[in-house]
Design a protein around this ligand. Structure first.
Ligand code: TXA
Ligand code: MG
Length: 320
């Protein structure tokens, strides 16, 4: 269970925005308006904060999150920018368009934001309150829609309050969201590919690029795996719920019982810390050339469910 917190209701005036930015700097979660839907924002560089976003939503899976930035220059800090991105940003940013680009190696983003992938989704929201908040905060905001998992996206502060009161530090009330639909997501790892239809019509993108978009279901897109929202899978084989370590295995520990583990997701047995460390530790074990990763038992509640979901996918047989 996530402990209940007092959720502050902030109006979107200079004082409210200053208070929201301070909470974000302290690693707390703040729901804020964008032109599409309300986002559940947290510092995209702080792993424990990003883990707390998933916990607050009760999301049983770690889907990668969109990183919100105030302008194109800031987007370039986190991505390997290219000409297509430049054309689209000039035409449609700020606005309801998210671009998926290769992640910059030195981005400083939490690996949980990208769910361990080497690409990142970025967007520059147009809403004046989102813009003011991003500038006051001065960093990248990870923000999925501000609703509990399985519920519809909120387009008013009251919708956010219904779903998340007691689970987040504050709600910044900027009135109703004008677009009311999530952003359009375009993959730019290779040929431009529509990953999610949304607030910006795909025809407008095709006109700006003077070329048709591939869609998620096109064979061409599927033959280029980098274009799909695929999952990070370690090179090593995985054995889950390992109560002991076999010869040839490297232990990924959890909790105080695993004091001798090569790496421990959380020596104190804290699931938020474990979630924040998950993808970093898998990457590190891969980098050391581990051939079999034995993962200690993880409790199947709270964030443990999403951690186990990812570990099960990582342990599943591969196509190639
Ligand atoms: O309008 C919006 O986009 C709202 C507002 C708050 O900005 N945000 C939003 O976030 O809808 P969310 O977390 O509900 O949706 C993020 C989507 C997911 O479907 C995820 O799979 C995709 O973005 N995504 C994020 N990073 C990705 C990546 N590296 N590759 C492919 N897809 C990615
Ligand atoms: Mg959503």
């Amino acid at each position: 269970m996530t402990a209940s917190v007092d959720t502050r209701y902030l109006s979107a005036d200079p004082d409210g925005i200053t208070a929201a930015a301070e909470l974000l700097r302290a690693g707390a979660l703040v729901a804020f308006p964008t032109e599409t839907v309300y986002g559940l924002g947290g510092d995209a560089r702080q792993g424990q904060t990003v883990a707390a976003i998933y916990a607050a939503k009760g999301r049983p899976q770690f889907n990668p999150l969109i990183v919100h930035v105030p302008d194109v220059q800031t987007a370039q800090i986190y991505t390997q920018w290219n000409d297509t991105a430049d054309r689209l940003a000039s035409a449609f940013w700020p606005g309801p368009l998210t671009l998926v680009l290769p992640l910059r190696a030195d981005s400083g983003l939490s690996s949980l934001v990208t769910a361990g992938l080497d690409s990142v989704a970025v967007r520059v929201p147009a809403h004046p309150v989102a813009q003011a908040l991003l500038r006051a905060f001065g960093g990248p905001l990870a923000a999925p829609s501000a609703n509990p998992s399985g519920r519809i996206s909120p387009t008013q502060a009251a919708h956010v309050a219904d779903g998340l009161t007691g689970r987040i530090a504050a709600i910044l009330d900027g009135g109703a969201c004008p677009v009311g639909l999530e952003s359009t997501i375009l993959g730019l790892i290779g040929a431009p590919t529509l990953l999610r239809p949304g607030g910006l019509p795909s025809e407008a993108i095709e006109t700006a690029l003077a070329q048709p978009l591939l869609s998620h279901s096109d064979g061409a897109a599927i033959s280029a795996p980098g274009q799909l929202a695929s999952h990070y899978a370690p090179k090593a084989a995985m054995r889950l719920n390992a109560s002991s370590v076999q010869p040839g295995e490297t232990l990924l520990g959890f909790g105080p019982e695993c004091a001798g583990a090569a790496l421990n997701l959380s020596p104190s047995g804290d699931l938020t810390e474990a979630a924040a460390n998950l993808f970093d530790h898998l990457h590190q074990l891969d980098a050391t050339g581990a051939s079999i990763i034995a993962v200690a038992p993880i409790p199947a509640h709270g964030l443990g469910i999403a951690i186990l979901d990812r570990l099960h996918r990582a342990a599943a047989p591969r196509d190639s």
